[in-house]
Ligand binder design. Structure first.
Ligand code: NAD
Ligand code: TYD
Length: 340
């Protein structure tokens, strides 16, 4: 079996490459990544020299390049992780989100139609459902929750989902979609909340908490997400959407306090800054469908996952220090300059 993994030099795609290369030595993993600011070959170091791993540097919205790879590799399964993934960047500059997340998905789907595949899997997000109010803890996102997006990022991901569903219906393309809650774990780019918190504390810098820190996210350890996608591509029903999440809701403030405790630091690191425009209040997944149909449940508790993540950032300083010393610093200065 030949499996194309796009966005494999990023956070979740990278973890998925590690997971699949190790678990299926008889299958061939083919990673396609443009290596944007978020893509990092050092993330792929553990698999680069493996016989069942191949890497192509290419843009998923580049039709010719994608066509060439499909022609050469004749893949069976596609797992599309490649995306611009950061909400704050989408607020600063939406255009590249439209190009990669929408046009890129369209190009991948067209290649699938042209060459024929067994399964196309779209890695989507719970953010396509918009948000839930803080005062209704009884409400959760199910696969039937209407799409209702807030940011240019989530709008571009929702558009991609609609394209996938259109290709599944119109061209009978064998597709699945997964919508996962917030991930955390090793190789997470330090612009996102949990790795930013860890990196700032280790560099003796304050943690910028947006608004009052009361927004809620439903956190999932990245390996649990990888396991869920592996199950969906092998056993999930064609044409279906699967929500992935594990009832691990925390306010941002709770997250920061857990990380600070793990690092043995006090709450004086917390700095409240101007809120994100349009900031979604609460995400919470109902994972009943994937649990009942595929037997999936998360295996890592939040406390255990944070312990492992903090340990990884302590032991792999080079990986993230390299990142925050480069171009990322310009982004950080622009993003947090006027936030107070
Ligand atoms: P990431 O930003 O860490 O990685 C994205 C990767 O895609 C990078 O390696 C980047 O170089 C690559 N890429 C970007 N544009 C590309 C292009 N045009 N062509 C080829 N490669 C390109 O993102 P992530 O957090 O690993 O997210 C991966 C996927 O999972 C995304 O589709 C995201 O929407 C989805 N998702 C993420 C989360 C989360 O919490 N991080 C939760 C649910 C869903
Ligand atoms: P993030 O990791 O950007 O993921 P998403 O916005 O896709 O959920 O942010 C997680 C939460 O943390 C979100 O409510 C915004 C908040 N946040 C901060 O309070 N400060 C920060 O510096 C960042 C990056 C995020």
């Amino acid at each position: 079996m030949k499996i194309i993994i796009t966005g494999g030099a990023g956070f979740i795609g990278g973890n998925f490459c590690h997971y699949m290369v190790k678990k299926y030595p008889e299958d061939q993993m083919i990673c396609i990544d443009k290596l944007t600011y978020a893509g990092n070959m050092e993330t792929l170091a553990p698999v680069l020299d493996k016989d069942n791993f191949t890497f192509y540097k290419a843009d998923i919205s580049d039709r010719e390049a994608i066509d060439e790879i499909f022609q050469k590799e004749q893949p069976d399964i596609i797992v599309n992780f490649a995306a611009e993934s950061h909400v704050d960047r989408s607020i600063l500059d939406p255009e590249v989100f439209l190009r990669t997340n929408i046009i890129g998905t369209g190009v991948m789907l067209d290649a699938c139609r042209k060459y024929g595949i067994k399964r196309y899997h779209q890695v989507s997000t719970d953010e396509v459902y918009g948000d839930l109010p803080l005062d209704r803890p009884d409400l959760f996102f199910t696969e039937e929750t209407p799409i209702h997006t807030s940011s240019p990022y989530s709008a571009s991901k929702a558009s991609a989902d609609l394209l996938v569903q259109a290709y599944a219906r119109t061209y009978k393309l064998p597709c699945t979609i997964s919508r996962c809650s917030n991930n955390y774990g090793p190789y997470h780019f330090p612009e996102k909340f949990i790795p930013l918190t860890i990196a700032n504390v280790l560099n003796d810098k304050k943690i910028p908490v947006y608004g009052k820190g009361e927004n809620v996210r439903d956190w999932l350890y990245v390996e649990d997400h990888c396991r869920a996608i592996d199950l969906i591509i092998r056993k999930g029903r064609e044409g279906e959407v699967y929500n992935i999440g594990g009832h691990n809701e925390r306010t941002n403030l709770e997250v920061v306090k857990t990380v600070l405790k793990e690092l043995g630091k006090g709450e004086d690191f917390i700095s409240y800054v101007t809120d994100r425009p349009g900031h979604d209040m609460r995400y919470a997944i109902d994972p009943t469908k994937i649990h009942k149909e595929l037997g999936w449940l998360p295996e890592t508790t939040f406390d255990e996952g944070i312990k492992r993540t903090v340990k990884w950032y302590l032991e792999n300083r080079e990986w993230w220090e390299h990142i925050i010393s480069g171009d990322y610093q310009n982004y950080y200065d622009t993003m947090y300059k006027n936030r107070g």
